[in-house]
Design a protein around this ligand. Structure first.
Ligand SMILES: [Fe+2]
Ligand SMILES: [Fe+2]
Length: 190
């Protein structure tokens, strides 16, 4: 699987596409956390493009951003909706308020999907050196996506993943890692 590498900690650092090694899926929560770092880095690219759509990112970064939005983000959302959240529901204690939180996160995934279509086609135009069909649409989708995504990631990192680390059993983690790897056509080595 390819993804954006979060590399904006260093001044002047740029994105590069990296892949999760098959053995990384033995630690699926760490894979999700690393995907979150990549998504934060994607928000930084969008911020730069908001200020300077033509020169805010290099050609390589634009291609990586397009590929991340098109391929990696849908996989990540499926990891959470189809595997992580259901496993956590299974382990939730009676009276746990987890469902309300999941409903909010699922709603935000819907927003991501909706904005993603427009963002993909706008970033594709930047990759091809073409003008936007609707510049205002790009500004609105990039701004809304980055803003929603940052809040979403803060919740998932501080609440969801922390809880997942406490409540998932070893068997759950193996199942989660296997399913996430399978989704990407990867076999987890024994
Ligand atoms: Fe996430
Ligand atoms: Fe999410």
């Amino acid at each position: 699987m390819y993804a954006l590498k979060a590399s904006t900690d260093e001044p002047g650092a740029r994105f590069a596409r990296t892949s999760h090694a098959p053995e990384a899926f033995r630690h699926p929560i760490a894979v999700i956390e690393s995907d979150h770092a990549q998504q934060l880095a994607l928000c930084d690219v969008l911020d730069r493009l908001l200020h300077n759509p033509r020169h805010g990112a290099t050609a390589e970064e634009l291609e990586a951003a397009r590929d991340y939005l098109r391929q990696d983000l849908p996989l990540h959302i499926a990891d959470e909706e189809e595997d992580l959240f259901p496993l956590m529901r299974r382990r939730a204690a009676a009276g746990d308020d987890i469902e309300q939180m999941f409903q909010l996160l699922l709603q935000e995934h819907k927003t991501d999907r909706r904005l993603n279509d427009d963002l993909c086609s706008d970033v594709e135009r930047l990759v091809g050196g073409q003008a936007f069909a609707d510049p205002a649409r790009f500004l609105m989708s990039a701004f809304t996506f980055a803003e929603t995504q940052r809040r979403h990631l803060a919740w998932e990192n501080t609440v969801v993943l922390m809880r997942a680390r406490k409540c998932l059993t070893d068997t759950d983690r193996v199942e989660l890692g296997r399913r996430m790897a399978e989704r990407r056509g990867i076999a987890v080595p024994d």
